[in-house]
Design a protein around this ligand. Structure first.
Ligand code: ADP
Length: 161
């Protein structure tokens, strides 16, 4: 069984990696797909986000890194996949996730969205908070892998943060 894990991944954190790791154990294949959404202001380009994902997930042979734009359900059909996985951190994630899942269900009734509950230690972690801490020079080594930390530092130094 193949599952799609979509998101912004701007940038990938240990919270995302935990979800991917758990999915990779339960499913035959995990397609981690970066949403190319030009209306959202991201720090990293889609290519940079994919590149970081590829680097931190290089040891998984059943994880594919991809990107998409447009409707997730159309992308899922194109990939011949009827299962979408999302992570749930707190109650605050719930309302948006519920809305998305119901809309997607209306658009494509054969596609199911399933949720993985974030591990306690990552339940406070988001890409936004990591970027904020990094911008102010804080230690982010327990939130993201080294390669992501380095990329963040370079972005911020280059004034693109
Ligand atoms: P989006 O912009 O789609 O919310 P994100 O990259 O922020 O993209 O997150 C992608 C998915 O990963 C979402 O389902 C989100 O809830 C989940 N996620 C993000 N951070 C964590 C975390 N720390 N633990 C578990 N799931 C997470």
């Amino acid at each position: 069984m193949v599952v799609i894990y979509p998101g912004s991944f701007d940038p990938v954190t240990y919270g995302h990696i935990d979800i991917i790791n758990r999915c990779a154990k339960k499913f035959d294949k995990v397609i981690v797909s970066v949403l190319n959404n030009s209306s959202k202001k991201n720090m990293f380009t889609v290519d940079e986000r994919m590149d970081l994902l590829k680097k931190v997930l290089e040891n998984y042979d059943n994880v594919e890194i991809d990107s998409f734009n447009g409707l997730l359900v159309d992308y899922a059909k194109k990939k011949n996949c009827s299962l979408i996985v999302r992570g749930l951190r707190a109650v605050s994630d719930f309302e948006y996730e519920m809305q998305m899942a119901l809309v997607n269900k209306k658009l494509a009734k054969d596609i199911e969205t399933i949720y993985m509950v974030a591990q306690g230690e990552y339940s406070y972690l988001s890409s936004s908070i990591v970027k904020e801490v990094a911008t102010f020079g804080g230690d982010i080594s327990c939130f993201v892998p080294k390669v992501v930390e380095k990329a963040l530092r370079e972005k911020i130094k280059g004034g693109q943060g």
